[in-house]
Design a protein around this ligand. Structure first.
Ligand code: HEM
Length: 449
């Protein structure tokens, strides 16, 4: 017996012409997307005239993420990033995406991560060791700086990378906020008005492109293999034996840099929030780092023995997942978790709201790393936990990110005591990513052991 697919219900709160766009433009947009779960596994909203299907169930997500390639493209969100980030692998589609991914993938193989690991650990020790004690800082800013340093000097070793890191640190907050607005409030004419904010956005995008081109040219001029991502991408060949063009290379470098910095930085900023609010857990994490590492630097082989740290990272990526809004577009009609979706429809999925579903994670607002250690999460359905998404668009930097998070956390815990600044609490803010706005903390030297 074949079951007839259902029609997706339309979410309440529809306003003629605008649809549900005001809900997404509102500061409480994450709460709104989260509340859509009550309407079933797939629910329809409208952004202006455009229908967007929101996926709420692991089954619907599994069917979408693991579908044969070509069933979905990346959709509206990524179309809007293309003018700024070009056609890098985060936004490209089809055979071009497959070609680029095959050429980039070797840079992120496990063997490569083990090679980057010691370089990244030494950099983290130097960078975090140089923080000024007793001087308040904003967690997301400081962590963006840290992630930028780690990526730029691990994946890009040339002198030109230092300039690129400086431009990225300056440009990224402006660019990601600008792209978020252009997606959530897609009224293009607004962004063509020569307002200072629009001019700054355009200038920084141009500067980022120019600096990246400089980085590539300086590599080409030196002509030697510098054992880094740029050298690897310069020497990569597709199945026809062809290299990437300079423009393709530029787009991929900007994409990898931006995709890697913002996500890791906000994850680490949320970690600061927990470390300053849960002193007992913080002591347990510090004790584990001391037990496993003693006085030596962290090595790749330590990761599996840092069990509480691993569970802590899993729980941060559950409770505060940075990519709260991701999209796809159907290429033909599909049925997801029993609900029919037409061709060329936009799809929205949110790892953040999925990871807060009480049916999957009882007591979801409780930050509880033990749920990853005592078997409670062993029976989760497939695609119920997707910190790095899944399928052919899974995060290419997942192992790099896990290594980086372990390195920064253990380095921070062993070097400093981290304390909250009284009166400054984290404000959960869903912009391009979910981050703790205004979270001010300070570090002080720990008492001698
Ligand atoms: C905690 C850190 C990170 C998180 C949570 C994260 C999460 C994700 C997610 C959810 C996606 C899929 C997006 C989608 O479905 O549309 C993705 C894709 C991607 N990520 Fe990450 N990421 C992290 C770190 C990194 C790092 C460190 C890099 C590079 C150094 C990176 C590079 C990329 C790239 C290039 C893609 C696009 C892959 C493709 O479509 O083929 N990410 N990431």
């Amino acid at each position: 017996m074949t079951t007839i697919p259902q029609t997706a219900p339309t979410a309440p709160g529809y306003i003629p012409l605008l649809g549900h766009a005001l809900r997404l433009a509102h500061p409480k947009r994450l709460g709104y997307v989260q509340a859509l779960r009550a309407h079933g596994p797939v629910v329809k909203i409208l952004i202006g005239p455009r229908e967007v299907y929101v996926l709420n169930s692991p089954a619907a997500l599994q069917q979408m993420l693991l579908a044969p390639s070509g069933t979905f493209t990346k959709g509206m969100l990524f179309d809007r990033t293309r003018p700024f980030f070009g056609n890098g692998i985060l936004s490209s589609n089809g055979p071009f995406h497959r070609r680029q991914r095959r050429m980039i993938q070797p840079a992120f193989h496990k063997q490569r991560i083990t090679e980057y690991f010691d370089r990244m650990s030494a950099l983290a020790a130097k960078h975090i060791g140089a923080w000024a004690p007793d001087t308040p800082f904003t967690a997301d800013h400081r962590m963006r700086e840290t992630a930028t340093q780690l990526i730029s000097h691990t994946l890009f070793t040339s002198q030109a990378a230092t300039r690129m890191a400086a431009v990225v640190a300056r440009a990224l907050p402006v660019i990601t906020t600008g792209v978020a607005w252009r997606t959530l409030a897609p009224a293009d004419f607004l962004y063509r008005i020569p307002l200072p904010a629009n001019r700054r956005f355009d200038t920084l995008c141009a500067e980022l492109r120019e600096t990246t081109q400089e980085l590539i040219r300086s590599h080409q001029a030196e002509g030697t293999d510098q054992a880094d991502l740029v050298s690897l991408l310069l020497s990569a060949r597709d199945t026809d034996g062809l290299p990437m063009s300079e423009e393709e290379l530029r787009d991929e470098i900007i994409t990898i840099f931006t995709a890697g910095v913002e996500t890791a930085a906000t994850t680490l900023a949320w970690a600061c929030h927990i470390l300053t609010t849960r002193p007992e857990l913080t002591n347990q994490l510090r004790a584990e780092a001391d037990d496993v590492l003693g006085d030596r630097p962290i090595a790749y082989s330590d990761l599996e023995r840092l069990r509480l740290t691993g569970a802590f990272i899993n729980e941060i990526l559950r409770a505060f997942h940075p990519t709260w809004l991701l999209m796809r577009r159907t290429t033909g009609p599909v049925v997801l978790d029993g609900v029919a979706i037409p061709a060329q429809a936009e799809i929205l999925y949110s790892p953040t709201t999925l990871h807060r579903d009480p049916l999957l994670y009882p007591d979801p607002d409780r930050f509880d790393p033990d749920r990853w250690l005592d078997g409670r999460t062993d029976t989760l359905p497939r695609c119920a936990y997707i910190p790095f998404s899944a399928g052919n668009r899974q995060c290419i930097g997942d192992s790099f990110a896990i290594a980086e998070l372990h390195i920064v956390l253990t380095t921070l815990l062993r070097r400093w005591l981290i304390e909250p600044v009284p009166g400054r609490r984290a404000r959960e803010t869903a912009h391009a990513v979910l981050y703790p706005r205004n979270l001010a903390v300070t570090v002080i030297a720990p008492p001698p052991r």
